[in-house]
Design a protein around this ligand. Structure first.
Ligand SMILES: [Zn+2]
Length: 305
């Protein structure tokens, strides 16, 4: 099962609105990471933020990494998305339990912390990736994303993100939106948007009532004569493979590879994002060290000539 991500543009071309039904994406995330309720909310929100930001990228091969380092007990949270909004994510401490916050809600800010930074790194296939960062304003993630766009990209943005967790810890509903104003947006668009946003108190509440991503976009873009620009069906998806893992191992230095080959009966590499395991024998690792050593000697001979 995949999610729904729909992007709309106002008739005057000044307002872009993306709405994501991330229920399936967050269900898969919870299934993989076995997150506690508050961590499902935190990582789910960050994953959907990355998915929405990823969908703003233009080209195949572009990706965005959103990293939240807030100094809280959940540790560092990381989400990586492609240009279609497909996402994979990771949290240091997935089974953290915290009491509900003062509003009776899952205490996301308490889990991720409020004293830290939100990093956004866009890999657009150029030599240097584009990267921006902002100090956290609330640790509730949506506000921090809004702040990031205002501060780092100078784009007025409204963001909403929500994850509703069932008593059995599975994800009931999850969704989010990103509304962005272009520099020439007229005052009346801004006023209309402010009115519309007052109606959207909680994305998960709307999803629970049976509204689709399209219905939510209609509410957000009310009075702006919006039209569907494009759509995607993003999922929680990891692109790891045995080949990629081998490449990563080959990047280690000879000494480390030799030690691994000598000391371990088998070398198991576990993917942080999907928990897939790749097993290598000591012989395979030793062969990598041999190849690397020969390569080094060859290079050394070349430079000495
Ligand atoms: Zn993986």
């Amino acid at each position: 099962m995949r999610g729904k991500l729909k992007r709309y543009l106002s008739q005057d071309g000044a307002v872009v609105c993306s709405v994501l039904d991330g229920t399936e994406m967050c269900r898969e995330m919870e299934r993989i990471h076995k997150t506690s309720a508050v961590c499902s909310a935190a990582l789910g929100r960050l994953s959907m933020a990355a998915s929405l930001i990823g969908y703003t990228l233009k080209n195949e091969g572009d990706s965005v990494t959103v990293r939240l380092d807030g100094g809280g007990p959940a540790g560092i949270l990381l989400a990586v998305a492609d240009h279609l909004g497909n996402v994979k994510s990771y949290i240091d401490h997935p089974i953290l339990e915290l009491p509900l916050n003062g509003k009776g809600k899952l205490d996301v800010a308490g889990a991720v912390g409020t004293d830290g930074t939100l990093f956004v790194i866009k890999d657009l296939g150029m030599k240097e990736p584009y990267s921006g960062q902002t100090a956290l304003v609330s640790g509730e993630i949506a506000e921090d994303v809004t702040q990031y766009f205002a501060e780092s990209e100078q784009i007025p943005t409204a963001c909403g993100l929500g994850v509703l967790v069932n008593p059995d810890l599975t994800v009931a509903f999850a969704g989010g939106y990103l509304v962005q104003l272009l520099p020439f947006a007229p005052e009346e668009d801004i006023a209309q948007l402010e009115e519309n946003l007052k109606e959207i108190t909680s994305v998960t509440e709307l999803l629970q009532k049976g509204l689709s991503a399209e219905d939510i976009a209609e509410k957000l873009m009310n009075g702006l004569r919006a039209e569907l620009l494009d759509e995607s069906e993003p999922a929680y998806a990891c692109d790891c493979s045995r080949e990629r893992t081998e490449k990563m191992l080959r990047a280690l230095d000879v000494k480390t590879l030799r030690e691994m080959a000598e000391e371990m009966p088998e070398i198991e590499v576990c993917c942080h994002f999907c928990t897939n395991r790749y097993v290598f024998t000591p012989q395979e690792i030793a062969a990598m060290a041999d190849e690397k050593e020969q390569h080094i000697i060859k290079n050394k001979n070349n430079t000495e000539k």
